[in-house]
Design a protein around this ligand. Structure first.
Ligand code: FES
Length: 608
């Protein structure tokens, strides 16, 4: 069969001599022009442990590809380090980078008509961005995960990246010295690899392996392991097979595959960011996946893995006892996974796991089904008068299932960080951080710095935190994010005042402010959107295009059409703001707001 069905358009057409001349100029032979082209995309760059080694891994992938008689053509796209941007305004670009990665891979592979793709990725937004591109393009392809980092150590204390944020809270609280603080920073990241707990990168890597879009062991093989290098070399063999079978991402990314991914994220106690990313990937693949699907899985699947942030172990520890394939095999044996979906090996998930040993009592990284860390899922979808379109709670169970307390309200992440430093936050309060949603942030920044600082200050189990922003996979505590609609859109979170009683219930799945409907309506009538800056450039485009968090924060409306409703139907319905089901929300925007959606005086171009 024809394996170069895309690239042959310009490599074999006599009327396109420029394309052939340029490829020969770039080092290809006449014989190479008749081979399939494999685009090998790396999100490698120097200034981040998650990405610093990816170009080297991409070079190994190219060796493996060439050995299979294919032409490997490397290119790069961007990455944004969540660790580096957390707690500063660089974080606004993090979720945005997922869209840029997806768009840029799509543009490169689309323009150059690569016949297959390998994406070598390594930080939070890299994996979902790359997989969204593979789903859009629907050409044979796979994900190669850059792997997890080694754990750090200082004065006998085990460290990872979140230790640094928590150490800050301990320093502010006078629990550690400046010297200890610097020592923790110097030793937390001992080499290449993605953040080591079951944070977002490792969560998404495991989810992608469960989806069947990376080869077995990709998500748990550490960055510096021989297994990771071998995986890169083997990628060529799998790509050749995918081309021969004409097995494409949408053949693999089925509804059953997504349900498997949700089960794995839940059993591993993974990041709430998986909600955004899996909804977005599903949308790109033409599969309808909703917040309710996450809740349905949470209702039937327990948390089994004792992994950080809430638990004890790192991904490298899971790798030592058998890795993600051993987890998948165990969950398959429990009847929690569907073994029938196809994977990038060309075989089904069950076929891949046939020779893998399930995890038993010889280890304690993954608990047995009858001895779970939490009997249901840690990701709970809440609704209520504070979140008519949903919110995502991360509940490990250690912090209880209900929290009621007076609100202390901050209108930005910077404000809450100042509040923590000034010791304004008291035990028993519900910390509200708002105007940090997809549009208000913009970019829905992660609130790792405040949550870690609260932990470090000894308030982690004494306060709850709710926000229209999101959380790092490293966050733990009683936290509710993705509150939807966001405050910028006039969601009820914008109406909360200091001292209001907030009631969070992860058993009844509710999030409410305990004030009357009349009082809420009166506040709604008075509400004015704060004078936020008007952004140009990539953030401006993002604000205009992004869907709400309950629909994955995507910037194109995919085949399911779920994103299209969010801006058009939520914001404007003649004279008033309404929800899609018709409930009035608040005053209508002015004509100028309607026209531009920019509301501030100042035009800001971030970064220059
Ligand atoms: Fe890259 Fe954490 S900053 S995985």
């Amino acid at each position: 069969m024809t394996l170069n069905k895309y690239s042959q358009l310009y490599t074999q057409d006599d009327s396109l001599p420029a394309a052939q001349a340029m490829l020969i100029g770039a080092g290809l032979s006449e014989a190479d022009l008749r081979k399939p082209f494999v685009g090998i995309c790396s999100t490698g760059f120097e200034g981040n442990t998650c990405n610093m080694h990816l170009d080297g891994l991409a070079a190994e992938v190219k060796r493996g590809v060439q050995a299979q008689g294919l032409v490997g053509l490397r290119f790069n796209t961007i990455g944004v380090s969540d660790g580096i941007t957390n707690g500063n305004d660089g974080m606004r670009f993090s979720l945005v980078s997922r869209e840029i990665i997806a768009d840029s891979i799509e543009a490169m592979a689309g323009a150059h008509r690569y016949d297959a793709l390998a994406c070598v990725v390594g930080c939070d937004k890299n994996m979902p961005g790359a997989l969204m591109a593979l789903a859009r393009l629907n050409r044979p392809g796979l994900i190669v995960y850059g792997g997890t980092i080694r754990g750090g150590e200082y004065q006998g204390r085990q460290l990872n990246i979140v230790s640094c944020f928590e150490a800050y809270g301990q320093k502010v609280n006078g629990q550690i010295s400046e010297e200890e603080y610097r020592g923790i920073i110097r030793n937390a990241c001992p080499g290449p690899g993605a953040c080591g707990g079951m944070y977002t990168a490792n969560t998404m890597a495991a989810a992608i392996e469960a989806l069947g879009m990376s080869v077995p062991f990709s998500s748990s093989a550490p960055a510096e392991s021989a297994a990771k290098t071998q995986e890169c070399l083997d990628a060529g063999r799998y790509l050749r097979r995918l081309l021969e079978l004409d097995l494409k991402p949408r053949d693999i990314l089925t509804r059953a595959a997504f349900e498997n991914a949700l089960v794995v994220v839940t059993a591993l106690g993974g990041s709430t960011n998986a909600v955004l990313h899996l909804i977005a990937i599903a949308d790109a693949a033409g599969v309808r996946l909703t917040m309710e699907d996450f809740q349905a899985v949470s209702n039937r699947v327990p948390v089994l893995a004792d992994l950080k942030p809430s638990g004890k172990y790192l991904m490298e520890d899971l790798s030592r006892v058998g890795g993600v394939p051993a987890v998948l095999r165990t969950l398959l044996d429990y009847g929690l996974l569907d073994g029938s979906p196809l994977t990038v090996t060309g075989q089904t998930l069950a076929d891949n796991l046939a020779t893998v040993r399930p995890l038993g009592p010889e280890q304690d990284v993954l608990r047995a089904l009858d001895r779970p860390l939490k009997p249901d899922g840690h990701i709970q979808v809440l609704y209520g008068n504070l979140a008519p379109r949903g919110a995502v709670a991360k509940i490990s169970g250690q912090e209880g299932l209900r929290f009621t307390g007076p609100a202390i309200v901050f209108d930005s992440e910077a404000a809450v960080n100042e509040g923590i430093a000034a010791r304004q936050i008291q035990a028993g309060q519900v910390v509200v951080i708002r105007y940090v949603g997809p549009k208000g942030g913009p970019g829905m920044p992660e609130m790792l710095k405040p949550t870690a600082a609260l932990m470090g200050a000894g308030l982690g189990d004494k306060v709850a935190l709710i926000t229209d922003g999101r959380f790092s996979g490293g966050t733990h505590g009683f936290v509710v994010g993705h509150v939807c609609p966001e405050a910028y859109d006039g969601g009820p979170l914008a109406l909360v005042e200091n001292g209001d009683r907030i009631v969070l219930d992860a058993e009844r799945n509710t999030i409410d402010v305990d004030i009357s409907a009349e009082e809420l309506a009166a506040r709604r009538a008075r509400w004015q959107r704060p004078p936020l800056p008007t952004y140009r450039g990539v953030l401006g485009k993002y604000i205009r295009a992004v869907s709400d968090a309950s629909h994955g924060c995507i910037t194109d409306s995919g085949e399911t059409g779920v994103a299209g409703e969010t801006v058009a139907e939520l914001m404007y319905n003649g004279s008033s703001l309404v929800w899609p089901h018709g409930t009035p929300l608040g005053p209508a925007p002015s004509p100028s707001e309607r026209g531009s959606r920019g509301v501030g005086e100042e035009v800001v171009r971030v970064g220059g």
